[in-house]
Design a protein around this ligand. Structure first.
Ligand code: ADP
Ligand code: ZN
Ligand code: ZN
Length: 748
């Protein structure tokens, strides 16, 4: 009799099940198992043994799922690495690694079926039978051309196809949106169909790559030689517009040509469609998207298809794509590697996709290529210590020149009476000038809403959230006060409840900025991009599209506007208030502020003419401002690294952050104090806290944190073990059982 250790999508260790006579199972197989009275789970066979475990009643595996293993050996080792490094169970890794349809929470047995998914199928559209006549179609196009130009354009594409004797085209090759395609099907022009994906035509048709510039070629040679020298990871610092993507493409082509797979990670799902278009122009059908906005069905299909792929795949995705079953993985590209969204902070495993890319690349004997205009200090440090290879590309591609950065001193403007609303005179004039030249303007403000707080002028009272320790933000469009931590809303107060004095607005958000711009430039169209206006991917794309097509002149927004866009007519970027970026107490605040301001600045003037960036600040002499002004990444990095070394922060140490949450603050505090004391017995001065975070209550739960700083030279594994055993002790004390404790390794 054989037994299988099976990983289930639970925060539990593996479970043992008996393998019924006649069922053949291998490691990495997906199986259905019964758990509890009626519940069925998908599990992954982790190991097989002939030793019967010491339990009375042993359940058997119900059935094997899919005709092939879901995970290969490298992936299993990778999952184990993730679980051990980030202190979680394999089941927790499984929960985020597999798409939801493969791991039904607990469902009925009917839900498991291979037939559900038809991998290798690709969505195509074909011209309906009745329009497969060139003359007829041509007539139809001219008939509807005026009234329905988009339909006519699409039919025009289909006509071109028809003249080549084809009527079927993969969906991704049609640059039209879903609503239009749906209408075209309803009206009867087109039909949907699925057909097997075609691959492998590469050997007889080489990719046509853009010709690199001299500077790009130098970097490509650099990277090639570091890869040949056996260095796994290469960091490329390339300024915005230097053409990093073209460089990545060379290496993607290298790998795919030899039948290897490439994983291309991006921080934002929003950026994938742009990139996919660029990659598809070169690599065609090999490009696949994978991220959380796709339907569970699509994700599942993709996962299953990839698990049986013969290689030659290029997958573009957000951080969770790191868990895709690419058996021939040779290269992981991590673009904008400094971006915080590579870190998953809210649920276990609290992993960093960028760091995992490096781990995975080395596990499979491939390469990682990290790129950014403003690399994280962790990665930059690794180039100094020789762990990563490094190249720089500090000129824009073609004739484009980097923008001119102007620091606009708010204090001086105030003194001279040159400040109105939220604008210093020089910024206002620069906006007018740009608009007069018919160019576009982007304005950045890192808060959404109208005003972050309403305050009583007499007693200082302000309206706070009943369940979080923060002030409520005034939102004018909805006429509500809103909590940005839990979503609670309430009516806008008219006066201070105790003094009856009127309330004044403290600070401003994008909504107010938008109003102010409208007032100053009433004859120009203004758009706003933040999480209030882009409630769906569709809404988001509408706004970006409108600005891209030049239908608006000014775009006001939060962080969302800083990433990756390339707007041809954009020549001026204004940062309305850089100060609140630098006030953050976090040890990474300066690095983050530098990265953000540099990224925003990079949006300006990407093509013909030199762009301008105005940064409004009351701290003219703040080092961050000076580094941004001179574009001096290296000075920033050296200074900040020296600080980190002095204070023993990463990358000179490793941090483990314990977060404890509970509804009763008294119980929470005493538990945290006890835990910290117990930890000090082992770790001494490496334990910091308990401390309350800046926002110390969210959704009715109090929060305290304990920080553990481990020297880079000492054994992190040992520290983790000790930590886990102390946590178990805590959990065994009855009154503290309900306290929610999480551990974040390398918190961001
Ligand atoms: P980055 O990602 O470094 O900001 P991009 O890769 O977006 O830069 O390149 C900036 C622009 O320059 C893009 O429009 C890109 O198509 C163009 N470009 C860069 N390198 C080349 C090249 N070798 N040939 C043609 N166009 C290029
Ligand atoms: Zn008051
Ligand atoms: Zn709240």
């Amino acid at each position: 009799m054989l037994y299988a250790e099976i990983v289930l999508p639970l925060a539990q260790p593996t479970y043992t099940f008996a393998i019924p006579e006649g069922m053949s199972l291998a490691e990495g197989d997906a199986v259905a198992v019964q758990f509890g009275a009626k519940n069925y789970y998908t599990g992954i066979v982790w190991s097989i043994t002939d030793r019967r475990p010491d339990v009375k009643r042993l359940k058997s595996v119900v059935s094997r799922l899919y005709s092939h293993p879901l995970l290969c050996r490298e992936q299993m080792r990778f999952w184990e690495w993730v679980a051990s490094y980030y202190l979680c169970t394999l089941g927790e890794v499984m929960r985020i690694a597999l798409p939801s349809l493969i791991k039904p929470k607990a469902g009925s047995i009917e839900e498991f079926s291979d037939e559900l998914f038809s991998p290798r199928q690709e969505h195509c559209l074909q011209l309906s039978e009745r329009w497969c006549d060139e003359t007829l179609l041509r007539e139809e196009i001219s008939r509807i051309e005026r009234r329905a130009p988009r339909r006519a354009a699409l039919l025009g594409d289909m006509l071109a196809l028809l003249t080549r004797g084809e009527r079927v085209v993969p969906r991704y090759q049609l640059p039209y949106d879903a609503p239009l395609l749906l209408t075209m099907r309803r009206v009867g022009y087109l039909e949907s169909l699925y057909r097997p994906r075609r691959y492998g035509s590469f050997h007889d048709c080489p990719f046509i790559l853009p010709t690199p510039s001299v500077a790009q070629q130098r970097v490509i040679d650099d990277i090639r030689s570091s890869q040949q020298a056996g260095v796994t990871t290469h960091l490329l610092r390339g300024i915005t517009g230097s053409g990093k993507t073209e460089i990545y493409m060379q290496f993607i082509a290298d790998v795919v040509a030899r039948g290897g797979d490439v994983l291309f990670l991006l921080p934002e799902i929003a950026l994938t469609s742009q990139l996919i278009e660029r990659l598809e122009r070169v690599f065609g059908e090999r490009v696949t998207a994978y991220h959380s906005k796709l339907s569970p069905q699509r994700r599942t299909e993709t996962f299953l298809r990839l698990s049986q792929s013969e290689g030659g795949e290029i997958v573009v995705g957000a951080r969770s794509a790191i868990f895709l079953p690419l058996k021939h993985l040779r290269l992981v590209v991590v673009d904008e590697e400094h971006d915080q969204s590579y870190k998953q902070s809210d649920t276990a495993p609290r992993y960093n996709g960028r760091d995992l890319a490096v781990v995975l690349a080395s596990l499979v004997g491939g390469n990682a290529l990290l790129g950014s205009a403003t690399p994280s200090l962790e990665s930059y440090y690794n180039t100094l210590s020789g762990k990563y290879a490094y190249s720089e590309l500090l000129e824009r591609y073609g004739d484009a020149v980097p923008p001119r950065v102007v620091i606009s001193d708010t204090k001086r403007a105030l003194k001279r009476g040159e400040r109105r609303g939220h604008f210093n005179l020089e910024l206002k004039q620069a906006i007018s000038a740009a608009l007069e030249r018919g160019e576009q303007v982007m304005l950045f403000q890192n808060r959404r809403g109208y005003s972050p707080s309403l305050q009583c002028g007499d007693c200082g009272w302000s309206l706070r959230c009943p369940s979080c320790n923060v002030t409520l933000t005034l939102h004018r469009s909805s006429q509500r006060m809103e909590c940005h931590y839990c979503g609670h809303t309430e009516a806008v107060p008219t006066a201070c409840p105790s003094c009856k004095a009127p309330l004044s607005m403290m600070g401003f958000g994008t909504e107010k900025a938008e109003d102010a711009v409208r007032e100053l430039f009433p004859e120009h169209k203004v758009l706003r991009l933040d999480s209030d206006t882009s409630t769906s991917e569709r809404a988001y794309r509408d706004i970006v599209g409108e600005f891209e097509r030049g239908e608006a002149d000014i775009l006001v927004g939060t962080q969302m506007i800083t990433k990756g866009f390339d707007f041809g007519r954009l020549s001026l970027v204004g940062v309305l208030n850089a100060d609140n970026l630098m006030l953050n107490p976090d040890f990474r605040a300066s690095e983050r502020a530098f990265q953000l301001l540099t990224q925003v600045a990079g949006r300006a003037g990407r093509r013909e003419r030199q762009g301008e960036v105005y940064i409004q600040t009351a701290e003219r002499d703040n080092p961050v401002i000076l580094w941004v002004e001179s574009g001096d990444y290296v000075a920033m990095a050296r200074h900040e690294l020296a600080e980190r070394q002095t204070w023993g922060y990463p990358p000179y140490s490793r941090l483990l952050r314990l977060t404890l949450k509970y509804s009763d603050s008294q119980t929470l505090r005493s538990a945290a104090a006890t835990l910290a004391k117990r930890l000090r017995e082992h770790f001494g001065g490496r334990v910091f806290g308990p401390v309350e975070p800046y926002v110390n209550r969210i959704r009715g739960e109090w929060i305290v944190q304990i920080l553990l700083k481990v020297e880079i030279t000492s054994s992190v594994a040992r520290a983790k073990q000790l930590l886990l055993s102390r946590l178990e002790e805590l959990a065994s004390i009855a009154e503290w059982k309900k306290i929610n404790v999480t551990v974040d390794v390398d918190p961001q």
